[in-house]
Design a protein around this ligand. Structure first.
Ligand code: BES
Ligand code: ZN
Length: 970
């Protein structure tokens, strides 16, 4: 495209934007509103006439449902090449409509690849200003072609298209430009071009920002909004002169102009590389930044002025360079842009979003202040930066063709985020934590009959809600787990070699997941590593079994005979799996193992059963398999081997690697739930904890005992359970008391700091008086002197929670006041979760009411706050009633979220364990079928299945657990 043309087009767009003034705003917004209403009724307000004619003049014969515009996917007739987009967000309310709006103009250059008389381009909630031709768009031809005339143009609300019909065909290989001008609402709905609001020095400040993934770029400007429709984007933002404008690329020009008497600045950004629409970002704010160079790449951190002034961006700035450089080495590919901006937003739905060159974050995920932030907050910042930077190549440079392969994109980033964070903070040992954070976490979900395979078929994923549903624990955590397994059996050396050729081959293009297998296979062959795979097998053969069928195996090992077998692990052994699998729920399982501390040779379990004589033990030797849980499977042993492992744990647990101690506990508890072993065996695994000080086994035990608490905290067994845990945790509490010299020092190790929190939390919740007194003294001191908080940031969540639980309205109100005046979001979050610990129902009900008032609890935090309340045994029934009563409102007002609905439904119902609760849940499903559950649809099924399993579990286990606890409680 010639330079002259480029400039004259831009002038044209400014003219367009200029023309869309305040008068049209009112019309615009009433249309936005009527579209919304129409969406609910599923009819279009601007329906085309029922009889249309084709380009040949013949009447249209197809039924409406067969028309292209009634389908969700774009036809294969047009391909975008470049866009010129100008957007002008208004940071003040429009006086007449009382709404925040933006206006815009766009010109998209596209190539026709198949003759067609129809232009379909995504558009959602935009109102178009008619052109001179009386239509919603105008069309020009490039390369000397003159385009056919537009005969009809309308908006399809359900499928989110702007439809343009022509009186003749566009010609293959010709390029055209579609011009539009439009208005949209800059709503506080966290999707598309939206507004975020915060107070600074008593002044309300508005940030105009974007969240496009997965399908909301179409809410900011009309675009071919599919990930394979890559194009070059030339973005221009119009904004107040005293505000900063940011986009994916660096600024190339800024000039002051006056539009309709309004003095503004017009900032232009460099053309993007060929990229997908979902990765675009535009932000106008009053922010400042700090920055540095990492080689040739400019790194900047943007945030509220006060946050930057307080140094809250420093940590993120310091780790970004090393992590970016780490990934350049890991991928053997340079970072493809000149700059990498990262920005913290007060209102943000997800944790962070990998917009190319302009990553957006929730404030808690980017801003760090040692005076307020815990080491957990710090770890989250390092890993989330790792995650999003990993996407800059894997996802952004090379993009999966369609959303059905989302698991590979998110699973990959969720795996390598640990590698990036580990490089920045090598002393933390974060790589091990994937076992708790992803492997164990997703085992729980993937063991349900209602689970689903990682990979979906392209045709199955059509509607935006179906796309949103894919952002779940399976895609993220199972994806991460199986990729870690793959990297581990291939070795990292082979893995990164395949990865690098994959990225370099498909740069600026799209792929399907098997392209990665192809490149890994090539790397296996090239490096002479076929021995890393089963005989005569390719990467595909192994991975298909993990990717195309849901669930995972439990491998049973009989160490007396050396025989082993595999079986689909189902948490509820009676549940019915109605999803067929071409692999019969068998896997190719990489078996790593050791015998009483001596590592054996890894091998593959390829069939249902096998024998390996090396696994046989004699005397008090024991076998341990799945070392460091690099394999995505559980392990079960014969009774004798369990007895010897338990004995080893008792006499010297350090012989067993720390991750495997966590695994033994997690496997035993879950095998017990699935009736593979006795529940008492699982409880037996916790006996040695009296001598355990490591975080991972403790965390694993507490995660699993959490289930016991959920099942028993409303029953007579609760007292016994408390007494037992109290006895187990007391030595840990004393250990930390000594180590920290009466809680005045911070443990050195990262995970020791975590386990200190566990010690304190459990000691207080089981009523160890030294603990309860300690925390109440701290909290009282803080209440007396709010400007001087004596509690270490690592311990705050726990201390606040214990003190608020033990206290009354005064403790609660202090917490609330501190929440409202917090100057850093991590502190606010600690208080927000702790306020849910109150024991008085009226405090909890009042708090529930606050969650639906966006001026009190930000929309981004509403669902998690409700879940916090439900975690509290007193709050549980209140939260359930509240969610049921307000479902329609919550769904409509807080929709668009990705994780929130499934978390809400699963969170509020996780204690359900009676027939009556099951009935209520089924009733809830029926009553709200017409409203829908959006991204929480699967969660409703999971909750029903979980409740049924809980009912059965209680029936079968209550007496035995009671007996065991009576025997082993002090
Ligand atoms: N691409 C996602 C953000 C996203 C999630 C957009 C859901 C749209 C819907 C981003 O890369 C991501 O995965 N963020 C995670 C953080 C990560 C550390 C797991 C998040 O937001 O929680
Ligand atoms: Zn991601």
């Amino acid at each position: 495209m010639g330079k002259g043309f480029f400039i004259s087009k831009t002038v044209g767009v400014v003219g367009i934007v200029l023309g869309v003034g305040a008068v049209s705003t009112i019309i615009a917004l009433s249309v936005v509103y009527s579209q919304e209403k129409a969406k609910n009724l599923e009819v279009s307000p601007t329906k085309p006439p029922t009889t249309t004619t084709t380009s040949t003049g013949a009447p249209a014969t197809t039924e409406p449902s067969n028309e292209q515009w009634h389908k969700y996917r774009l036809p294969d007739t047009l391909l975008p090449e470049s866009y010129e987009v100008t957007l002008w967000p208004r940071l003040e309310k429009d006086a007449t409509s009382g709404l925040y709006i933006f206006t815009g103009g766009s010109e998209v250059t596209f190539r026709c690849v198949k003759e067609t008389d129809l232009i379909l381009i995504h558009s959602n909630k935009l109102n178009f200003t008619k052109g001179a031709n009386g239509h919603l768009a105008t069309l020009t031809g490039l390369d000397g072609s003159s385009p056919p005339a537009i005969t009809q143009s309308w908006l399809e609300v359900r499928t989110q298209f702007l439809v343009v019909k022509l009186d003749g065909n566009l010609k293959a290989d010709q390029r055209y430009v579609l011009h539009t001008q439009f208005t949209g609402e800059l709503a506080d709905d966290l999707g598309g071009f939206y507004r975020s609001v915060y107070m600074e020095d008593g002044v309300e400040k508005v940030v105009a920002t974007t969240q496009m993934q997965p399908t909301d770029a179409r809410k900011a400007f009309p675009c071919f909004d599919e990930p394979a429709m890559k194009a070059i984007f030339n973005i221009t933002l119009i904004h107040p002169r005293d505000r900063v404008a940011l986009s994916n690329m660096e600024e190339i020009a800024a000039k002051n102009i006056t539009i309709d008497g309004i003095e503004v600045t017009e900032t232009k950004f460099a053309p993007t590389p060929r990229m997908s629409t979902y990765l675009l970002a535009f932000i106008v704010s009053d922010y400042t930044s700090i920055g540095m160079m990492a080689g040739d790449v400019q790194i900047r951190i943007f945030a509220r002025r006060k946050a930057i002034a307080a140094g809250q961006g420093e940590y993120a700035l310091n780790v970004t360079g090393p992590i970016l450089k780490y990934f350049e080495r890991y991928y053997s590919a340079p970072y493809p842009l000149k700059k990498s901006d990262q920005i913290a937003l007060p209102d943000f739905n997800a944790g962070a979003m990998e917009n190319w060159g302009l990553i957006t974050y929730r404030e808690t995920a980017l801003l760090y202040d040692p005076a307020f932030s815990s080491n957990a907050n710090k770890e989250r910042i390092a890993t989330i930066i790792g995650h999003e930077l990993a996407h800059m190549w894997f996802g952004n440079l090379v993009t999966l063709k369609w959303w059905n392969d989302l698991w590979l994109n998110e699973g990959f980033a969720s795996y390598v985020e640990y590698l990036g964070a580990d490089d920045a903070e090598p002393s933390w040992g974060v790589k091990d934590l994937i076992v708790l954070g992803d492997v164990h976490r997703v085992f729980a979900v993937d063991a349900l009959a209602s689970s689903h395979p990682l990979s979906s078929k392209e045709e199955e994923i059509q509607r935006p809600e179906q796309i949103s549903e894919l952002f779940d624990a399976i895609s993220y955590s199972k994806g991460a787990s199986v990729l870690r397994m793959l990297s581990s059996f291939l070795t990292e050396e082979v893995f990164v070699q395949g990865l690098s050729t994959y990225l370099n081959t498909f740069a600026y293009n799209n792929t399907v997941y098997t392209d990665l297998w192809d490149h890994l296979q090539a790397a296996v062959e090239k490096t002479g590593s076929t021995n890393k795979l089963p005989p005569n097998s390719r990467v595909h053969d192994v991975m298909n079994r993990w990717v195309l069928q849901m669930g995972f195996p439990v491998v049973s090992i009989d160490a007396t005979t050396g025989s082993l077998s595999q079986q689909h692990f189902l948490l509820d052994p009676d549940s019915v799996v109605d999803r067929p699998s071409e692999f019969n729920y068998e896997w190719f399982v990489p078996i790593t193992w050791q015998k009483s501390g001596t590592q054996g040779t890894a091998f593959w379990l390829l069939d249902k059963t096998a024998t390996n004589n090396d696994l046989k033990v004699t005397g008090d030797q024991w076998v341990l398999a799945n070392l460091n849980v690099t394999g995505f499977y559980r392990v079960k042993y014969d009774d004798a081997n369990y007895a010897k492992l338990l004995n080893q744990l008792t006499i010297d647990h350090t012989v067993i690697p720390v991750i495997n101690r966590a695994q033994l506990i997690d496997d035993a508890f879950n095998l017990a739930r699935a009736k593979h072993v006795l529940t008492t065996l699982a409880l037996d695994m916790t006996k040695y904890l009296k001598a355990e000080t490591e975080y991972m086994p403790w965390e694993s035990a507490l995660d699993n005992l959490d289930f016991f608490y959920l099942m028993f905290d409303r029953s007579e067994i609760y007292g016994l359970l408390q007494a037992y845990i109290k006895g187990q945790v007391e030595p840990l509490f004393n250990y930390y008391q000594t180590m920290t010299e009466m809680w005045t020092k911070v443990p050195d190790g990262h995970t020791d700091q975590y386990n200190q929190v566990n010690a304190l939390r459990m000691a207080c919740s089981t009523g160890i008086s030294a603990c309860t007194q300690l925390v109440q003294t701290w909290y009282k001191a803080w209440m007396a002197n709010p400007a001087n908080n004596p509690i270490h940031p690592n311990l705050r969540s726990t201390v606040y929670c214990s003190a608020i639980a033990a206290g009354g309205v005064q403790e609660w109100d202090h917490g609330w006041k501190m929440f409202q005046s917090a100057t850093i979001a991590t502190e606010a979050d600690k208080l927000r979760s702790s306020l849910a610990c109150a024991s008085q129902p009226w405090l909890l009900n009042r708090y529930l009411e606050y969650t639906l008032n966006a001026t009190l609890i930000r929309k981004q935090d509403a669902t998690s706050t409700i879940v916090y309340i439900a975690n509290n045994v007193v709050g549980q029934p209140l939260a359930w009633d509240f969610m049921r009563a307000n479902w329609a409102y919550i769904f409509n007002e807080y929709g668009g979220g990705s994780f929130s609905f499934s978390n809400l439904i699963n969170g509020v119902t996780k204690r359900f364990s009676t027939e009556f609760e099951l009935q209520q849940l089924q009733q809830f499903k029926k009553d709200n079928a017409h409203v829908g559950f959006g991204s929480g649809t699967l969660a409703v099924e999971q909750s029903i299945e979980r409740t049924q399993a809980n009912i059965k579990w209680l029936k079968e286990n209550k007496d035995n657990v009671e007996k065991w606890l009576k025997q082993f409680s002090p």
